[in-house]
Ligand binder design. Sequence first.
Ligand code: CA
Length: 240
Amino acid sequence: MSRTFAARTHVGQARRVNQDRVEADPDGRYFMVADGMGGHAGGEQASSLATTVAREYLEAHFEEEWDTKTFLQNAMKAVNRRLREDQRAHPERSNMGTTLTVVIRRENQWWYAHVGDSRAYRWRDGHIEQLTPDHTWIADQMRAGTIAEDTNLKQWLGHVLSQHMGQETLERIEIAPISVQEEDRLLLCSDGLTAELSDEEIATYLTRKYTCEEAVNALISAANANSGSDNIAIIVIDNH
Ligand code: CA
C-alpha cells in the first residue's frame, strides 16, 4: 500500500555524522526538516532539539483557537528560545544553530514556517517551484539586486547563512499559506539534496508514478551518486 508521505535522512558519502533531522506526524498534520551546524556535538544537538521542541509545541497546541500564522510564529519562537537556553547552559555549543522548515496542514490549508536554507517545494505537472526563500547571504543580495543571479560568488559563499535558528534575534520568520491542488506533491529537503541535483532533475523523481517512499529513496540515491558531499534530508508528501 502506498503511503501519503515518506521522510528519511542519509549521512551522505563524505560526512561521518548526520546532523540533518526529519520529523513527520503519523497523522500527516505536520512535517519538518532541520539541518544543524556548529561543530560535531552542536550541529546534532541543534537540529534534534529544534525538531523535538517544534513537534512537542505543535502537538500541544494544534487544536488551540489561534489563527495558523500566530500558531506557527509561536512555535518557531519557542524553538528559538529553547536553543538559546541550551546554548547558555552548554557553552561548548554556544555557536550551534540549525535551519528549520516546517509544513503543516491545518483546517484544510497548507502552510510553511521557515528559517535558513532548507527548502519547501511544490511539485505540479512535472515541475517544481521553490516556496521558501533561502536565508543565505547570496540570496539576500540577489533579492536586493546588488548582485546578479549568475554570480560566481555562489561557489564560495553559497552556503553562508544570513539567518538561522539559535540566533539571539530572528529578523524574519517566514510564514505563508501554500496553495495546493489535488495532484500536487510537496517536497521538503536540506541543501544536501539541492546542492547535488537541479530543480529539473529533482522534478523527474517526483512524478506520480513513484510512491512517496520510492521518490524519497530515488532522490537520496541520486544525490549520493553525484557526490553525496553533505547530509541529505527529504520528505515527500501527497496532497490527498
Ligand atoms: Ca547541509
